[in-house]
Design a protein around this ligand. Structure first.
Ligand code: TYD
Length: 219
């Protein structure tokens, strides 16, 4: 159900490792700004002071000591603060919010891969997210091998492997399947984007979805 206090539009980007989400978040913000639409870009886990502190804890591998549902609760705790401090105030002012990962990452990473009952994940979602659900979720889809190779190339430039990049190929294949299932279950909210295309093609396709679905333009 749409949030009645939600004036701006809420866009989330989801997908596996190395799908190029952060580049696309910047590209969306630039295109919206060129239209005169005030936009805030943010990310999860993180996006507010307390949630950024939890991000450090979660991605350091500390959260791995918890069960998948415990881990899902840590991500949800960060999400509650992020929504309260950053997302809802912006949407209430009419600002558009573009967020790199959100609730579908919990469903895919912790839910599907940790074999958690989907009803439990949905219950957590109701508590943490409430009515502030995304207006549009862009699922950046690509074969796990390509995503992992891209993430490895990024690491060569100095970035460390985080908690989930260290998992094996099978994990990342299951993750891809899980994101596609989320998209298939909520076609109105989700658009699947072929992220194996070159970066300009990906951003053109994303922009078409935004124009058609949120700006109500014919493309
Ligand atoms: P990050 O470095 O931001 O990765 P990426 O560039 O792939 O977005 O690390 C976030 C990691 O946390 C990523 O591996 C996905 C994972 N994650 C979850 O497992 N559950 C969640 O709810 C969220 C938001 C992220």
């Amino acid at each position: 159900m749409a949030d009645p206090h939600h004036q701006g539009k809420f866009i989330t980007l989801e997908g596996g490792e190395g799908a190029g989400k952060s580049t696309q978040v910047r590209a969306i913000a630039e295109r919206l700004a060129a239209r005169g639409i005030e936009t805030l870009t943010t990310r999860e886990p993180g996006g507010s002071a307390k949630a950024e502190e939890l991000r450090e804890v979660i991605l350091s591998g500390f959260a791995k000591q918890f069960s998948p549902i415990g881990e899902a609760m840590l991500f949800s705790a960060a999400r509650i603060d992020h929504l309260d401090q950053t997302i809802r105030p912006a949407l209430a002012r009419g600002v558009w919010v573009v967020c790199d990962r959100f609730m579908d990452s919990t469903q895919a990473y912790q839910g599907a891969l940790g074999n958690i009952d989907p009803r439990l994940i949905k219950a957590l979602e109701r508590v943490a997210v409430g009515p502030t659900r995304p207006d549009l979720t862009l699922i950046l889809d690509l074969p796990a091998e390509i995503g992992l190779a891209r993430a490895a190339a990024r690491r060569k430039k100095g970035a460390a492997a985080d908690r989930f990049e260290g998992e094996d190929l099978e994990f990342h294949q299951a993750l891809r399947k899980s994101f596609l299932e989320i998209a298939a279950a909520e076609l109105e909210r989700c658009a699947v984007i072929d992220a194996a295309q070159d970066v300009d093609q990906v951003s053109a396709q994303i922009w078409d979805e935004i124009r058609r679905r949120l700006l109500k333009e014919s493309v």
